[in-house]
Design a protein around this ligand. Structure first.
Ligand SMILES: Nc1ncnc2c1ncn2[C@@H]1O[C@H](COP(=O)(O)OP(=O)(O)OP(=O)(O)O)[C@@H](O)[C@H]1O
Ligand SMILES: [Mg+2]
Length: 312
């Protein structure tokens, strides 16, 4: 009988263990390759969906500002609602503020949820011709924070733009978070031909610095600046009717002049704008005869004029 030497037996055992380890490593690598392939397929599908969606949107308007709290979401909602007053026009409103999505609250759709299947998201309809998409529709409740890093937020924005079943749109209004961070960068990266950016600012001199930054940011991203909008410009006292310039006046106009971009107009301060936002009823509809609505509509007219001129 052939006796196997103990050294040889150990070596064979060692070799068997090595082979098993090698097989495991190969399996792990193959699984990783499969995951990357699947992800690439998903990304390719999303790129394709994005391209299809963008080809069906006539004009994309982004609302930006150098700093927070100047009224971007207020302007976005009222602009979208005002554009949708023409029932012939289809309007989409994308809330690209992933951390602080408050468009649904401003439009009374806080409890709505996005529906859809097969990598598709149906926008929540505020009116037959106005649909919105917001991160708020995906959160378990309204107090849940979104603790995501930039790339995840950017991915969510891409999904919102690509997977939403917007259909044919005349206008897509995009409300952005303040500043010059990931979200505006992502939007400019995904939409190569944004029709124009509205820079919202307040009238103080210090706001000049912020709007300059926002204008330069848009220019760096090759996004045409539709103009600067001065919000919270003057306050008419409801008791004595006298106009008080709480935040001074003219900062936005001065910035527009300096930067060589159009000045779109000013919207006065009106406490009812806060109430409208909080109660989810668009201001331009609730107070059609107010001076602020008049200003909003004038600015909407300016924007439409800009877009028509651009299309010619
Ligand atoms: N013209 C105005 N008169 C009175 N209140 C206003 C006016 N414009 C906006 N507001 C109020 O100011 C607050 C901030 O507005 P809004 O949320 O639109 O700003 P924002 O720029 O979107 O803020 P953020 O940078 O945090 O996204 C809201 O309570 C809104 O109702
Ligand atoms: Mg906002």
């Amino acid at each position: 009988m052939l006796a196997v030497k103990p050294d040889l037996a150990w070596n064979m055992l060692y070799l068997q263990v090595e082979i098993i380890c090698f097989q495991r490593k190969i399996t792990i690598i193959l699984r990783k390759v499969e995951t990357v392939r699947e992800r690439t397929e998903e990304e390719q599908l999303l790129d394709q969906q994005l391209e299809e969606n963008l080809s069906r949107i006539k004009d994309t308007i982004v609302i930006i500002s150098g700093k927070g709290g100047v009224g971007k979401s207020t302007v976005s909602t009222n602009l979208a609602v005002a554009l949708a007053r023409d029932s012939e026009h289809q309007v989409g409103l994308l809330d690209a503020d992933i951390d602080g999505p408050n468009i649904p609250k401003m439009l009374g759709a806080e409890d709505a949820r996005v529906t859809g299947s097969d990598n598709r998201l149906a926008p929540v309809k505020i009116k037959p011709n106005l649909g919105i998409i917001s991160m708020a529709f995906f959160l378990p409740d309204k107090d849940s924070p979104v603790i995501w890093r930039g790339p995840l937020k950017s991915g969510a924005i891409k999904q919102f733009m690509g997977q939403a079943t917007w259909g044919e749109l005349d206008y897509l209004v995009i409300d952005l978070p303040p500043g010059t961070g990931d979200a505006p960068l992502s939007v400019a990266q995904f939409i190569k031909d944004v029709s124009g950016a509205i820079v919202v600012t307040t009238p103080q001199d210090v706001a000049l610095l912020d709007s300059r930054k926002a204008v330069n940011f848009a220019r760096k991203l090759n996004v045409p600046v539709m103009g600067i909008l001065e919000n919270m410009s003057g306050f008419v006292c409801p008791h004595c009717g006298k106009e008080v310039n709480l935040f001074k006046m003219g900062g936005g106009e001065k910035a527009a002049e300096e930067m060589g971009v159009p000045f779109l107009g000013r919207i006065p301060m009106d406490p009812r704008i806060v109430e409208s936002g909080d109660s989810g009823t668009p201001f331009v509809e609730s107070f059609p005869d107010s001076p602020a609505t008049e200003s909003f509509l004038k600015i909407v007219g300016e924007c439409k004029g800009y877009l028509e001129h651009k299309r010619r």
